[in-house]
Design a protein around this ligand. Structure first.
Ligand code: CU
Length: 204
């Protein structure tokens, strides 16, 4: 009996240690731009994080509605399946000239239908895929493939939070359809917020 009680106590001690030894902090910050119209659609992400990350089981949806892709910019974890939905009365097509999307052409389909593509091609020069519709040349969106789940979309005023980042040193980057910004080296300390500011500038 005494032996059993000891086992239970040590089990508790182990789970207690496990729950408190996970050292993590948040990254918070703001992005600024000379012209505020460039702020929306900005992804903030950690460049390289060690580990294996499992993509979500459920697909993520990119809609085609009122002759536009929604959202305009979609960050996904490597290996995620995207369901391309057509919500319009007219037929739409989805294709991409980029290797990140395997230069896919999903064909053309009617309202209410969905076709899927799994983003599991390793990034070469770039991790983005421009998604286009060959019926409507003005339609355009971006799927941006992320190596790790520590990314977020900044809000339209440029504010962002990436929560629960494991303690350590990282490079923080942004992705924006039209602009770039200098990378930031950050150190995440357990239980603390690390504040970062980015300034959008011309893409090279
Ligand atoms: Cu279209």
């Amino acid at each position: 009996m005494r032996h059993l009680r000891l086992l239970i106590v040590s089990g508790l001690a182990i789970s207690f240690l496990a729950s408190t030894s996970y050292a993590a902090g948040n990254v918070t910050g703001t992005i600024s731009a000379k012209k505020k119209k460039y702020l929306p659609n900005t992804i903030v992400y950690l460049d390289e994080v060690k580990g294996e990350f499992t993509p979500p089981k459920e697909p993520v949806v990119m809609d085609q509605k009122q002759m536009q892709f929604h959202p305009h910019v979609l960050p996904v974890l490597f290996g995620t399946t995207v369901d391309f939905l057509n919500s319009d009365e007219v037929a739409h097509n989805v294709f991409s000239p980029d290797e990140t999307a395997g230069k896919v052409n999903l064909g053309t389909w009617a309202q209410g239908e969905t076709r899927s593509y799994k983003f599991d091609k390793p990034c070469e020069k770039t991790c983005e895929a421009v998604m286009l519709c060959n019926v409507h040349p003005e339609m355009e969106a971006y799927v941006v493939v992320m190596q790790n789940p520590y990314y977020t979309m900044a809000d339209d005023s440029g504010y962002f939070v990436i929560a629960d980042v494991p303690a350590g040193e990282y490079t923080l980057k942004i992705w924006n359809p039209k602009k770039s910004a200098d990378d930031q080296t950050i150190t995440i300390v357990d239980g603390k917020d690390t504040e970062v500011t980015f300034k959008l500038k011309r893409k090279k």
